[in-house]
Design a protein. Structure first.
Length: 135
């Protein structure tokens, strides 16, 4: 396997457009792809295109901090073959899926304030140096 795919590729906005196209290209190249998106039907279609999903990852804000919301989302994603661990202590671990789950469910803590500050610094440094911002 190509060295750039030794780790999992997480694609946000994977339910449509550019995000879905990026996910498709990585999957075709043999990468383990994690799909993140808001459109349930679009994610269903993207998943079917790529034939398998290795994990569902909740990051930052509500995804990281609200077990109730995660449970509601996971209940709607039964087509992924995922099953949450029923043990209440599982809510405090980074891996939330049961041993029987076909899809791994994880929580990835995110320091959103730091991310905003880092991106703001990068943009202001580009502006100060006269370079256009990258998108």
């Amino acid at each position: 396997m190509d060295r750039r795919f030794e780790k999992v590729v997480v694609v946000t906005g994977a339910s449509a457009g550019v995000g879905r196209a990026v996910a498709r290209r990585f999957a075709r190249a043999g990468a383990a792809v994690e799909l993140i998106g808001r459109d349930q039907e679009g994610l269903n279609e993207a998943k079917q295109e790529m034939e398998s999903v290795g994990a569902l990852v909740f990051t930052g804000g509500i995804g990281e901090n609200s077990p109730e919301i995660r449970e509601k989302i996971c209940a709607r994603l039964d087509w992924l073959g995922l099953e949450l661990d029923k043990d209440p202590s599982a809510r405090k671990r980074d891996c939330l899926s049961s041993a029987k789950s076909l899809t791994e469910v994880r929580v990835m803590p995110t320091d959103e304030e730091w991310m905003i500050a880092a991106h703001t610094l990068r943009v202001t440094e580009r502006i100060a140096s006269g370079r256009k911002s990258e998108r």
